[in-house]
Write a protein that binds this ligand. Structure first.
Ligand code: ADP
Ligand code: MG
Length: 216
């Protein structure tokens, strides 16, 4: 079995026009990688391909030792529920529930227990009893990140996770994500247009002119 958490080879995809071709990317345990590139170049599409949501026109994705696009739907569902953490720019929390209740639902589904240490690190411990609708956008984003980490994922996919946060909170979120990866031998694949955030990852890839290259 491959020692990579994620190994993507010869990936090509397009919608009306070709977005990228012959993309290769690997992610090892305890490591982080960022994908940067201009708006519309296909970063989110690539992340969706790596994370079970879009079957590419060509190529293969091996995630946690499984050849993704040959799996049956129930195996994909299990990966999503237990092993993958997905952080989007726009979070999907239950508005009428408190932060803590949101996290309890997620941990119940994934068979984990709530880890309050994560709330402390994200500086949201005091807010967890409040309804989501009463929190600011940045606070909600941190609750949604706590929810993802509470699942104890083996690999985290994050699409512009700090896009709506002020600089200081963005740095805090990056600290927490990078610490999580090291402490849990997990992986982080981050899409961002923020070069500062990207440079904090172990590897930076650039998607440009339909080609993904590793930056020196
Ligand atoms: N499901 C889809 N159907 C058709 N076109 C799409 C779809 N998803 C993305 N696109 C198009 O693919 C291009 C790349 O989108 P995206 O991957 O979101 O880029 P980025 O995240 O780099 O901004 C855009 O032109 C977008 O409109
Ligand atoms: Mg995008």
């Amino acid at each position: 079995m491959s020692s990579f958490l994620l190994e993507a080879t010869h990936i090509s995809h397009g919608f009306e026009t070709d977005l990228f071709s012959n993309v290769h990317l690997t992610l090892s345990p305890s490591s982080s990688a960022a994908i940067v590139g201009r708006s519309g170049c296909g970063k989110s599409t690539l992340l969706h391909i790596f994370s079970t949501f879009i079957k590419p026109d060509e190529g293969s994705v091996t995630l946690l030792g499984k050849d993704l696009y040959t799996l049956k739907e129930d195996a994909i569902e299990a990966l999503r529920r237990y092993d993958i953490g997905i952080i989007f720019q726009f979070h999907y929390l239950f508005k009428g529930m408190s932060g803590l209740e949101n996290i309890e639902v997620a941990t119940m589904l994934s068979g984990e227990t709530v880890d309050e240490g994560i709330f402390e690190k994200l500086e949201i411990k005091e807010l967890m009893g409040q309804k989501i609708g009463e929190l600011s956008g940045g606070q909600q984003q941190r609750v949604s990140i706590a929810r993802v980490l509470s699942k104890k994922p083996k690999i985290i996919f994050a699409d512009e996770p700090t896009g709506n946060l002020d600089k200081e909170t963005a740095e805090l979120v990056m600290d927490v994500l990078l610490d999580y990866v090291k402490e849990n031998s997990a992986g982080l694949l981050l899409v961002t247009h923020d070069e500062d955030m990207a440079s904090r990852c172990d590897l930076v890839y650039k998607l440009e002119d339909k080609v993904l290259t590793e930056e020196a």
